[in-house]
Design a binder for this molecule. Structure first.
Ligand SMILES: N[C@@H](CCC(=O)N[C@@H](CS)C(=O)NCC(=O)O)C(=O)O
Length: 254
């Protein structure tokens, strides 16, 4: 992916999205997938994972990624507000169900997956635990450790929070399969399908030809796979393979 620097991007108009350069950071991937499906043009701006990102902070008020900035509107960082922006910029295809109950279910499950203290948030506690064990004090002062409520206790509790979320998602897919749908909600693609495709890389990363991320990521994500055990029902992996094949492009590009 060709990134612009903050200095190059900040005076442009249109949509600019700060993304972690060099790795498939889950929320950033999810944002890219939404923009891809909706064919929304944007300028990728490099964010350094774990860096202080001073220029990005000066421009947007945020250190991490993704940060979506549209014209002179306030920067958006949350997965839901980024989805709503994308829906506004390209209403078709909509990635939000129109029917209110279905929409509530989709947003609820997306919150379990992407929200604070949800699946990926807890996966990160497991990942940080590995980093602290391997890098020790060198990692303790990393801005990431300080920003995402990591603690040994939170890391120990993470598997018991992650597994029920995967179980709810796989139960949903089995239910959908019984009525002939390959998607989480209704019979068409929603953002939830894209969120799971992005987040699934944490527990079952594609091999290098499809996901050419540095080995470092494989090392720190392997314990995340161990943390969820048998809660990773094969139907979840079949689903994400279907989503990548039908709606996205491979190899991942970051
Ligand atoms: N703001 C996002 C979450 C963003 C987030 O957690 N980003 C992480 C992973 S993609 C990140 O930027 N990590 C690298 C860093 O903190 O430098 C949301 O809640 O929707």
């Amino acid at each position: 992916m060709q990134y612009k620097t903050v200095a190059e991007a900040k005076n442009l108009s249109g949509l600019r999205v700060a993304l972690t350069a060099g790795g498939p950071a889950p929320w950033g991937e999810a944002t890219k997938y939404i923009l891809h499906v909706k064919k929304i043009p944007y300028v990728p701006v490099a964010q350094q994972g774990g860096g202080t990102n001073d220029e990005l902070v000066a421009w947007t008020g945020h250190r991490n990624a993704p940060v979506a900035v549209y014209n002179n509107e306030a920067p958006r960082t949350g997965w839901y507000e980024i989805l709503l922006l994308a829906e506004r910029l390209a209403p078709t295809p909509s990635l939000l169900p129109q029917q209110v109950d279905e929409r509530a279910l989709m947003i609820g499950l997306s919150t379990a997956l992407c929200g604070e203290d949800g699946f990926t948030w807890n996966a990160r506690h497991v990942m940080f635990d590995t980093l602290l064990k391997t890098q020790g004090d060198a990692f303790k002062n990393n801005p990431m450790v300080l920003s995402y409520s990591y603690s040994e206790q939170n890391a120990a509790a993470a598997p018991s929070k992650m597994k029920p979320i995967l179980e709810a998602l796989s139960a949903r897919l089995h239910k959908q399969q019984s009525v002939g749908s390959k998607y989480f909600i209704g019979d068409q693609l929603t953002a939830l399908d894209l969120y799971w495709a992005a987040m699934s890389q944490l527990v079952d990363s594609y091999p290098p030809e499809k996901n050419p991320m540095p080995d470092f990521f494989r090392q720190i994500w392997a314990p995340v796979r161990g943390a969820v055990g048998t809660a990773l029902d094969p139907i979840l992996l079949a689903h994400r393979d279907f989503i990548y094949t039908q709606h996205l492009t491979l190899p991942l590009d970051f």
